[in-house]
Design a protein around this ligand. Structure first.
Ligand SMILES: Nc1ncnc2c1ncn2[C@@H]1O[C@H](COP(=O)(O)OP(=O)(O)OP(=O)(O)O)[C@@H](O)[C@H]1O
Ligand SMILES: [Mg+2]
Length: 267
């Protein structure tokens, strides 16, 4: 049986013989939190690090504003993590397939083929780019998703349900999304443990961040979930006075949510 620590959510395989008791007191080897499942033992049983069932941290990169470096963030963050020996899956969840094309792949298969053809194993469409980096590609067939699925109950969990099957294979899953807040981004948000919102330091971008924050709050209320988000300043021009002013405003408005790393670029 698999149990999860109710503080840090690390999951463990528990030996079946331990579960024969009524209340089981266990201590998480990762965060040391003691919690109860079912046994009559008085002192906590130490959980073994070797029994940890790891699952990927799923990070969605989104902003309904276009051209703010969502795809670039996804690729570069993925590459950096993979160089640190983390196993990373990049998910291209944008029909334009910029992420797929950037990595040099044809738009031959996508998440659509996987779901429509009822392929049993999600691994059949995943491409291995390098030792620690994989891609779930996109293609224009993904355009059909909203048409066929938008009216179905639970359409927003389509990606989450598929990623659940493979999450144990990776340390991180990074999802790239289109510049809109509809079918694809909603699915990507529902699949995520956390969100990165890249933004330029421009007036309209600031407004875009506010809108994404609002949508995340609505989802948290509606689905009773926690979806922490952080803002990544991208395409920052340190010579621009306007950009510096907007950065100050963003820091005031989203105190504690702006990532320390600022990515320079653009005009
Ligand atoms: N740090 C940077 N320096 C210079 N150019 C950059 C930088 N980051 C991204 N770019 C360029 O900015 C453009 C937009 O980046 P990107 O495609 O990642 O944005 P996006 O938010 O994914 O766009 P879309 O909303 O269209 O999907 C691209 O041409 C990209 O190469
Ligand atoms: Mg993009």
């Amino acid at each position: 049986m698999i149990i999860s620590c109710n503080k840090c959510h690390t999951r463990y395989k528990v030996k079946p013989e331990l579960l024969k008791k009524n209340i089981l007191k266990v201590r998480c080897s990762r965060c040391q939190h003691v919690f109860i499942i079912e046994t009559d033992k008085k002192s906590p049983i130490d959980l073994d690090k070797n029994d940890i069932v790891s699952h990927a941290q799923i990070i969605t990169i989104c902003n309904q504003k276009g051209g703010v470096a969502k795809t670039s963030t996804c690729i570069n963050l993925g590459a950096a993590l993979s160089e640190q020996n983390k196993k990373v899956l990049l998910v291209d969840f944008d029909v334009l397939a910029n992420l797929t094309l950037s990595l040099g792949y044809e738009k031959d298969v996508s998440f659509y083929q996987l779901v429509q053809a009822g392929q049993k194993n999600i691994d059949s469409v995943i491409k291995q780019y390098s030792k620690n980096l994989w891609l779930l590609p996109s293609n224009s067939d993904m355009n059909l998703f909203p048409k066929y699925y938008m009216q179905k109950n639970g359409f927003e969990f389509l990606l989450k349900n598929q990623l659940k099957k493979i999450s144990e294979n990776y340390d991180y899953i990074l999802i790239d999304t289109p510049p809109s807040m509809e079918f694809f981004t909603l699915n990507a948000l529902m699949a995520a443990d956390s969100v990165i919102i890249p933004t330029q330091c421009e007036y309209f971008s600031m407004n875009g961040v506010k809108e994404v924050g609002k949508i995340i709050n609505i989802l948290e209320d509606k689905y009773k979930i926690k979806l922490p988000y952080h803002i990544l300043i991208s395409l920052f021009n340190p010579k621009s006075t306007a950009a510096k002013v907007i950065l100050t405003q963003l820091n005031k408005q989203f105190s504690g949510k702006i990532l320390k790393t600022i990515v320079e670029g653009g005009q």
